[in-house]
Design a protein around this ligand. Structure first.
Ligand code: UFG
Length: 336
């Protein structure tokens, strides 16, 4: 297996995955129209991977164009990242989310049938567990309805894949359910690009440390957790990237499988802020605010299945992820 189609391969997790794939001897064929990325990231991925990948700019919702540009390649597998991912934005423009995320997925599956590509890795999310009854979730923890249109696109994406697998077929799928990817490549060349005010905690913290935001608001300090703030499973984006390489090596043993991609450890929002201050040596002014609607008090992964069946587990620490996030933010500021 060599040529891997990577949709959304210049996005946040996609770009780190392309670098990991090249390091492991794969040749990624990246489809990304850069709508949520930039030419700078594309160039940086080239630098980190000695340009050992192919990039094509096309909209995955345009099936005819997708088929035309990919027909010259002999593709062994697909990693499908391309999707909108902002929880907040998905409430404002739900139709765009359903249109892009679900049409994109169905087009890529159609393409797999047409080109007889038999291995598929899907970017899913722990959002498919909804508000779970248990704090730690296993892959067989019953799914619940998500809290946002974005979450529903992942939930429905998994359902589409389950239906696709109802009939016996030589097609094999792995759903990777990401917890909270954070950080950036240690080179500082690639990382998460936030457009406008960040939704997610770590970009908000790094922008506050950089003086772009006055203070961080911690959403709620009266949750039933030891310090009252929410608990999440924060994982270094390079570990998430490596999980895709493991998934590619594993896909094919069973028709459809899901794996949790987290560290297995919960960290509170307050702990994370304090760890950031310790590793950066900077003060991050913060205040407590109202709870944010849709937030689950506590969720973290059980990762035994990923460890034993994928042969993958997170290698990097929270400190390392926060150092890399800060390094990335500083580089972004230098180039602005
Ligand atoms: N938070 C703050 N202040 C902020 C931003 C976030 O206190 O300015 C808190 C949130 O309330 C939450 C925690 O930090 O408790 C993490 O929030 P993020 O927005 O960084 O991440 P979420 O856990 O909400 O979202 C993640 C993924 C989504 C996915 C969701 C599923 O980013 O893709 O988990 O639960 F849908």
């Amino acid at each position: 297996m060599k040529h891997v189609l990577v949709t959304g391969g210049i996005g946040y997790i996609g770009s780190h995955t392309v670098v990991s794939l090249v390091e492991q001897g794969f040749h990624p064929v990246v489809v990304d129209d850069l709508r949520n990325s930039s030419p700078t990231i594309l160039t940086a991925v080239g630098k980190l991977s000695n340009d050992l990948f192919t990039h094509i700019s096309v909209d995955i919702c345009d099936y005819k164009a997708l088929k035309r540009v990919l027909s010259p390649f002999s593709l062994d597998a697909v990693i499908h990242f391309a999707a909108y991912k902002s929880v907040r934005e998905s409430f404002d423009i739900p139709l765009h989310y359903y249109q892009n995320n679900l049409t994109g997925l169905m087009n890529v599956l159609e393409l797999c049938q047409t080109f007889k590509i038999r291995k598929f890795v899907f970017s899913s999310s722990c959002t498919v567990y909804g508000s779970p009854n248990e704090r730690q979730v296993f892959e067989n923890t019953p799914k619940q309805l998500p809290e946002s249109p974005y979450g529903f696109t992942k939930w429905m994406g998994e359902q589409i894949l389950a239906d696709f697998h109802r009939n016996p077929t030589p097609f094999q799928t792995i759903c990777l359910r990401y917890f909270n990817p954070i950080g950036a490549h240690p080179s500082g060349l690639i990382g998460e690009l936030s457009v406008g005010i960040p939704n997610n905690l770590v970009p908000y913290i790094t922008q506050t440390a950089a003086g772009i935001r006055k203070h961080l608001t911690i959403f709620g300090n009266n949750y039933p957790t030891p310090d009252g703030t929410c608990i999440r499973d924060f994982i270094h984006v390079c570990d998430v990237a490596d999980a895709h390489v493991s998934a590619l090596k594993h896909v094919g043993t069973k028709p459809l499988e899901a794996f949790n991609i987290g560290t297995g450890k919960g960290t509170s929002v307050l702990d994370l802020v304090q760890t950031f201050m310790a590793v950066s040596g900077l003060d991050v002014p913060y205040r407590y605010g109202e709870r944010r609607s849709g937030d689950v008090a506590e969720i973290f992964a059980n990762v035994e299945k990923s460890k034993h069946e994928l042969g993958w587990e997170a290698q990097r620490t929270l400190e390392q992820a926060l150092r890399d996030a800060w390094n990335w933010e500083q580089r972004l500021q230098q180039h602005d």
